[in-house]
Design a protein around this ligand. Structure first.
Ligand SMILES: O=C(CO)COP(=O)(O)O
Length: 248
């Protein structure tokens, strides 16, 4: 049985003080939730204070990106060794990073391996653009991204990795994928993983992301293949993220 996993990706929002306030507000709203794994992913500069605020609560912490090297002359970058002291998860290969910051399947794979080397759990993002969807390439694109990201991992690592299927056309647009479409693509992704890594595919959690809101989360969570959500905009408000985490 896969435990549902719901993470908030704050993207480039919330200063250190705003991030601490949001985390504080969230604690009491979700303290009675124990059947869902809850994670927030603030900007890197917020991580230290948010970690302090969340200590001893049921809310986990993740980063939004990292470099694959442990240390060195990489101005502006943050390493897995640094993140290890702050959080348990790291989002890798978000479509915004692929689109604006030249992230490739190859760098995603290096980062995923580096995450496991330092006991961080990667939340690996995959998903097709509108153009790719309209030309019938959704499965081909997802298969390529998933196989590249997981290349060289052990079955045990794959079982612990998390994938977020986020169709690019559904991110921040209010145009979410239907729950049955998302379920179908996530089922396809799980089959791709099963063909290469066997039963670990049934242990791996695969999330949906893209315009998830309090009023549509339950539709996704009813689907058998969807194990949770990666939430952008609606995670920036404590009440709305708590409502998503407490979906009925
Ligand atoms: O990109 C996302 C999460 O990583 C989704 O963002 P929105 O929920 O704002 O569409």
């Amino acid at each position: 049985m896969r435990k549902p996993f719901i993470a908030g990706n704050w993207k480039m929002n919330k200063t250190v003080s705003e991030g601490a306030e949001l985390a504080k507000a969230l604690i009491s709203l979700v303290e009675d939730v124990n059947d869902v794994e809850i994670v927030v992913c603030p900007p890197a500069v917020d991580l230290y204070l948010v970690k302090m605020v969340l200590e001893g609560t049921n809310i986990g912490l993740g980063a939004q990106n990292m470099h694959w090297e442990d240390s060195g002359a990489f101005t502006g970058e943050i390493s897995p060794v640094m993140l290890k002291e702050l959080c348990q998860y790291v989002i890798i290969g978000h479509s915004e990073r692929r689109q604006y910051f030249a992230e490739t399947d190859e760098t995603v794979n290096k980062k995923v391996k580096a995450a496991f080397a330092h006991e961080l759990i990667p939340i690996i993002c995959v998903g097709e653009s509108l153009e790719e969807r309209e030309s019938g390439q959704t499965e081909k694109v997802c298969e390529r991204q998933v196989l590249a990201a997981l290349d060289g991992l052990t079955e045990e690592q794959v079982a612990r990795a998390i994938i977020a299927y986020e169709p690019i056309w559904a991110i921040g647009t209010g145009r979410s994928a239907t729950s049955s479409d998302a379920n179908e693509t996530i089922g396809f992704i799980r089959n791709v993983v099963r063909n290469k890594f066997g039963d670990s595919a049934d242990k791996m959690r695969i999330l949906y992301g893209g315009s998830v809101k309090p009023n549509n989360i339950s539709e996704y969570m009813k689907e058998p293949e969807i194990d949770g959500a990666l939430v952008g905009g609606a995670s920036l408000d404590a009440e709305s993220f708590a409502a998503i985490v407490k979906f009925e």
